[in-house]
Write a protein that binds this ligand. Structure first.
Ligand code: FE2
Length: 250
C-alpha cells in the first residue's frame, strides 16, 4: 500500500516533533503494510521561501533516514496551501511536486467558499505546466461536502483527488468517502498522519473497513492509480459524475 500524504519528517511543520516520533510513525506505517510513503510537509509560501523550505526538508529527511524501515520506500513532496490569492508561482508548485512525478499535493481553504480565482489558477497551472494537482483530503472541505459535484468539476479540469484513510472511519465523512470511492473519484489515499496519538496512521483500519463493506476492488483500484502516478504512467480515469447531494454534514 502507498501513503501519499504524511507529516512524518521531524520538526518541520505541525507533524512529528522529534526524530524518535518520526521513527515510531514509520514503524507504524510498516506494520500496517505500507510499502511506500510520500513525505508532504506543509508549505504555506508566506512562512518560508521555497529555497528555505527545500533546505529544511532535506535536513529533516537526513535526520529520519537512519530510522527508515528497510521495506519502505520514500518520496519527498509537500502539501501546498492554495487559496486563489497570492499563491506560490508555477515554478514553486512544480518544485514542490512529489519526487519523480509531475503531481503536486495541494490543499484549499477548509471552511470558506472557494473563489473563482482558485479554479482559474488551477486550470492555468495545469495548462501552462502540464503538472497535475492532487487535491488533498477532499473530505475536509465544506465546499465539497456541501456540493460534491465540485469534485467532478475538479477532476474534469485535470485534478486528482486524495482522501484521508480516516474519512472511511469517521461518522461525519464516511458516506462522502464511500460515495466518492464508488464513483471512481478517489485517486489517492493518505493517512495525513501527524503524530502517534490522535493523528496516528490508520491505513490498516481503513482497509479493513472498506473491504468489509465490499469495496475491496475499488480500494485496489486506488492503489493501482497511486502506483501509476509514482511510476509516471497515465492515470486511467473511470468515474461517474456526482451531481447530487449525498452528505449533509454542514
Ligand atoms: Fe496534511
Amino acid at each position: 500500500m502507498i501513503d501519499v500524504h504524511t507529516h512524518i519528517l521531524p520538526a518541520l511543520d505541525d507533524g512529528a516533533r522529534t526524530q524518535e516520533e518520526a521513527a515510531l510513525l514509520m514503524e507504524m506505517e510498516e506494520k500496517q503494510g505500507v510499502k511506500e510513503v510520500v513525505f508532504t510537509p506543509h508549505y504555506y509560501g508566506k512562512k518560508r521561501s521555497l529555497e528555505q523550505f527545500l533546505v529544511l526538508r532535506e535536513e529533516a529527511w537526513s535526520k529520519l533516514r537512519p530510522y527508515m524501515p528497510s521495506g519502505v520506500k520514500k518520496r519527498l513532496g509537500a502539501e501546498v496551501h492554495l487559496t486563489g490569492v497570492n499563491d506560490p508561482s508555477d515554478d514553486a508548485l512544480c518544485a514542490l511536486s512529489i519526487e519523480g512525478t509531475s503531481c503536486v499535493l495541494v490543499e484549499f481553504p477548509f471552511y470558506t467558499k472557494w473563489p473563482k480565482s482558485l479554479f482559474v489558477r488551477l486550470s492555468r497551472f495545469i495548462a501552462d505546466t502540464g503538472y497535475t494537482p492532487i487535491v488533498a483530503h477532499a473530505e475536509r472541505y465544506r465546499e465539497l461536502l456541501k456540493n460534491p459535484s465540485v469534485a467532478t468539476r475538479l477532476v474534469e479540469m485535470g485534478c486528482l483527488i486524495q482522501l484521508n484513510t480516516r474519512a472511511f472511519l469517521e461518522k461525519t465523512t464516511r458516506r462522502f468517502a464511500f460515495a466518492m470511492l464508488k464513483n471512481g473519484l478517489v485517486h489517492c489515499l493518505g493517512t495525513d498522519t501527524h503524530d502517534t496519538d490522535s493523528r496516528a496512521p490508520d491505513y490498516q483500519a481503513a482497509r479493513e473497513t472498506v473491504y468489509a463493506a465490499g469495496y475491496g476492488d475499488k480500494w485496489q483500484r486506488v492503489q493501482t492509480c497511486m502506483r501509476d502516478i509514482l511510476d509516471k504512467r497515465r492515470v486511467r480515469q473511470a468515474y461517474k459524475p456526482v451531481r447530487k447531494f449525498f452528505c449533509r454534514y454542514f
